[in-house]
Structures are given as structure tokens and as C-alpha cells.
Design a protein. Structure first.
Length: 365
């Protein structure tokens, strides 16, 4: 059997080992450890700049780099100072009248400025595109080479976008070729209209005047019964190098139609003889749309019809170029009631009841 050591011996051994483990350093080492860093720092400060230890210079560089990184992180952590929305004002100078109106209508930054606030980034993008949009808006008036100076002031509120516009040299119409061929070429109304079109050689090119002239001739052909009229050529040629333009309008009218027979669709509730006084033309007369407009207005004003449509049927026209006329009508209700309520200081409250009986027979009575 092994003999166990008495408790006192084990305690002494444990204390002895602890003392050996925590043995204090020797006096020279303790002095060096306490004096060394202070002595090194003093020597570094006393040494000339060119002879200071490299370790000190490296420590200084690392401290500067750490301070720079900390400053960058602080800036990134701060919220952006740019506002979420700004008020915007747009100022355009150098043009007026129709040119200014069209520029304001087609330039997006002008329309956007009417909003209460606009995102700053959106303002920058619109301002960059504005000169191109202004130039495009001037082209319909014959100005193809404008000079546009732009500036955006973002100091204060509102932000101000300024555009100074020089339209440049206008484009002139040097050749005007307008022709009407077919039966309309001998029509006196067409000849008079051609003489008064809003186009002339020497004028500044205006796209709206061109479209207006084209529309006038097209509507006149439809009004006077030239149902087969078509444009052989309609264009504007522009030479931007010499600032000139040519306008070409060639209309082929085809034959002029006459009125054909008048029919009423599904008219089984009233005699057709009741409509004859309202028809101001006869079969064989030259067609003109004004007769149809008058007929529709007169029928709609009677007590017989609620809705009236009068249609020329070109697809049913005969070989002798007569176009049938069809009337589509919906009858009004046969009874009409009205109720009125009033009050008089002498008579007191009163009620008025009115009734109207319409079209009790096919004769319209």
C-alpha cells in the first residue's frame, strides 16, 4: 500500500510551486523595462530630424493614415446634405410669340417647373436635354440653326434655369408647287381657294401653314363631293446649307359626285312623307355636305327623332357617280312628362304636372 502524505505537506508543496511560478524579475530587468520607453522617446525628440530613428517616423505616418481613414468614415456616416426636392424656375429669352409658346410646350424642363418641387438629379438631366428640345421646337417655324446659351443656378431657392435663344437665319420658301388635277381643276371654288392659300414664295417656311393649306384642300374636296380625291404628292424639301425650302402639293380629285336617292333605315313607325319638307335637294343635284348638315339639324329639331345620322354611301354609288343618302334615326318616346314644384308668398306651395303625347299615329299626330 502507498502511503499518503499528510495534508500539511501537500499544502506546502502547492505553495512552493506557486511561488516559483510568480517569481519576481530581477532588479536590472525591471529597471530596463520601466526606463527604456521613456529614454527612447527622449532620445528621439533630442535627435536632429534627419537622424531620428526610423521607428518614430513610421509611427507618425501610421497615425496620420489612421486619422485620414477616420475622417473618411466620418464623412460617409454623415447624411447627404443635398435636398430631396427643389423649387425650379425657367427663364427663356430671345424669342416671343408663337416661337416661345411652342418652345414652352415642347421643352420638358418648362413643364416640370410647374410642379411644386423637383428632384435635383432630375433637374440636371432635364437641363442637359433642354437645348436640343428647344432647337426641335423652332424647326416648324423655319429655324434650323439656332444658337442656345444655357445656365443653371443652384444657389438659393428656387433653382433658376436660363436659356438665351438666338433663332438664327430663317429658311425661306423659294419654290411653291401646288396643283389640283381632275374635275376639281375646273371648279371655280377650287381655283379661288388655290389663290388664297396661306402659302407664298419668299415667305419664311412655316410647317403649320403647310398643314393648314393641305387640310383646306382636303376638306373642300370632301365637301363638294370629290369622294375619290387623293394626294399624289405632299412634301416639304429643306436645304439646310442654303436655308431654302420647296413645298409640293399635288391633289388628284377624281370625278365630282351627285346626290342619289334618299332612304331611311327601318322607318316603320312614321310615314316617310313627313320627312320630304326637310330635304332641300333632289336626286341628280351636285353633292355638297352642307345639305346633309342642314337635313340632320332639321330632323333632330322635330318631335319625332331622338338621334339622327345622315350618311353618304360612296360604296353604293352608281356608275353615273350618284351617291345614295341614308338616314339613321331613333324615335323619341311617345310620352313626355314634366313635374314642377314651386312656392308663392300669396298662393303657398304649388305643383305643376305637364304631359305631352307624341306620334300617336304614323301620320305624326
Amino acid at each position: 500500500m502507498s502511503q499518503r502524505k499528510p495534508p500539511a505537506a501537500r499544502t506546502a508543496l502547492r505553495v512552493h510551486r506557486t511561488l516559483r511560478t510568480q517569481r519576481a524579475p530581477s532588479a536590472p530587468r525591471a529597471f530596463a523595462a520601466s526606463v527604456g520607453p521613456a529614454l527612447l522617446a527622449a532620445l528621439t525628440l533630442l535627435a536632429p530630424p534627419g537622424t531620428r530613428p526610423a521607428v518614430a517616423q513610421q509611427d507618425t505616418t501610421q497615425q496620420a493614415a489612421a486619422q485620414q481613414v477616420a475622417a473618411q468614415e466620418s464623412q460617409q456616416a454623415q447624411p447627404s446634405q443635398q435636398p430631396e426636392g427643389v423649387k425650379l424656375e425657367v427663364q427663356i429669352s430671345g424669342i416671343d410669340g408663337a416661337l416661345l409658346t411652342n418652345v414652352e410646350a415642347l421643352t420638358r424642363i418648362v413643364r416640370t417647373s410647374r410642379s411644386r418641387t423637383v428632384r435635383p438629379g432630375h433637374v440636371y438631366r432635364l437641363h442637359e436635354k433642354a437645348p436640343e428640345q428647344i432647337a426641335t421646337a423652332l424647326e416648324p417655324f423655319g429655324f434650323y440653326s439656332p444658337i442656345i446659351h444655357s445656365n443653371l443656378n443652384t444657389e438659393g431657392s428656387p433653382w433658376i434655369a436660363r436659356y438665351r435663344v438666338d433663332p438664327g437665319r430663317p429658311t425661306l420658301v423659294t419654290r411653291l408647287d401646288v396643283r389640283v388635277e381632275g374635275d376639281a381643276g375646273q371648279d371655280s371654288v377650287f381655283r379661288e381657294t388655290l389663290a388664297n392659300l396661306p402659302l407664298a414664295e419668299g415667305d419664311t417656311l412655316n410647317h403649320q401653314a403647310y398643314e393648314t393649306a393641305k387640310q383646306i384642300l382636303g376638306l373642300l374636296a370632301a365637301d363638294r363631293g370629290y369622294f375619290d380625291a387623293a394626294w399624289d404628292s405632299s412634301l416639304i424639301r429643306v436645304d439646310r446649307d442654303v436655308f431654302t425650302a420647296e413645298i409640293v402639293l399635288h391633289l388628284s380629285s377624281g370625278p365630282r359626285f351627285r346626290f342619289g336617292e334618299v332612304t331611311i333605315d327601318d322607318l316603320d313607325w312614321v310615314d316617310s312623307d313627313l320627312l320630304l319638307p326637310y330635304v332641300e335637294f333632289e336626286a341628280g343635284d351636285w353633292y355638297h355636305s352642307s345639305y346633309l348638315r342642314n337635313l340632320q339639324s332639321n330632323l333632330a329639331g322635330t318631335t319625332y327623332f331622338a338621334n339622327v345620322d345622315v350618311m353618304p354611301r360612296r360604296d353604293l354609288a352608281e356608275e353615273e357617280v350618284r351617291v345614295p343618302i341614308e338616314i339613321y334615326a331613333r324615335p323619341r318616346r311617345t310620352q313626355r312628362w314634366e313635374v314642377g314644384v314651386g312656392y308663392g308668398t300669396d298662393t303657398g306651395p304649388r305643383i305643376r304636372l305637364t304631359t305631352e303625347f307624341r306620334r300617336l299615329s304614323r301620320a305624326g299626330h
